[in-house]
Design a binder for this molecule. Structure first.
Ligand code: FES
Length: 118
């Protein structure tokens, strides 16, 4: 069995992108979402409508944990003051001009990597 690399580097049209290991797919199996720190990034990883996606877990209001509660009906609700965000794309339903940051992912077999600069 091969070991999971910590990083994967890919080239796209001459641009180098570094992906950092985030999680194994089976970690999503229980709740279909999890939060994890990678470096200084607090990331909300989840499965929605058959695809794996990642958003910032830091609420645009005052920095509360967006993924503390399980998503319901396609919506995350922040723990602190209940601002809501779409699971589709991180759009803020409460304050539409303040979407969550989306992170590009690379999925290699059962391993999920994130582009922290994307
Ligand atoms: S910090 Fe998220 S709603 Fe206030």
């Amino acid at each position: 069995m091969s070991e999971t690399p910590e990083k994967i580097v890919r080239e796209y049209d001459g641009k180098t992108v570094e992906y950092v290991f985030l999680a194994h797919k089976d970690e999503l199996a229980a709740n279909r979402q999890l939060t994890r720190w990678v470096g200084e990034h607090d990331i909300l990883l989840y499965e929605y409508e058959g695809s794996i996606r990642a958003l910032s877990n830091v609420c645009r209001h005052f920095g509360g944990p967006v993924g503390f509660h399980q998503a319901k009906d396609g919506v995350f609700t922040c723990l602190w003051h209940c601002w809501q965000y779409s699971c589709e794309d991180g759009a803020c339903i409460t304050q539409p001009r303040l979407p969550l940051r989306r992170y590009p992912l690379l999925i290699e077999g059962d391993d999920i990597y994130v582009d922290l600069l994307g």
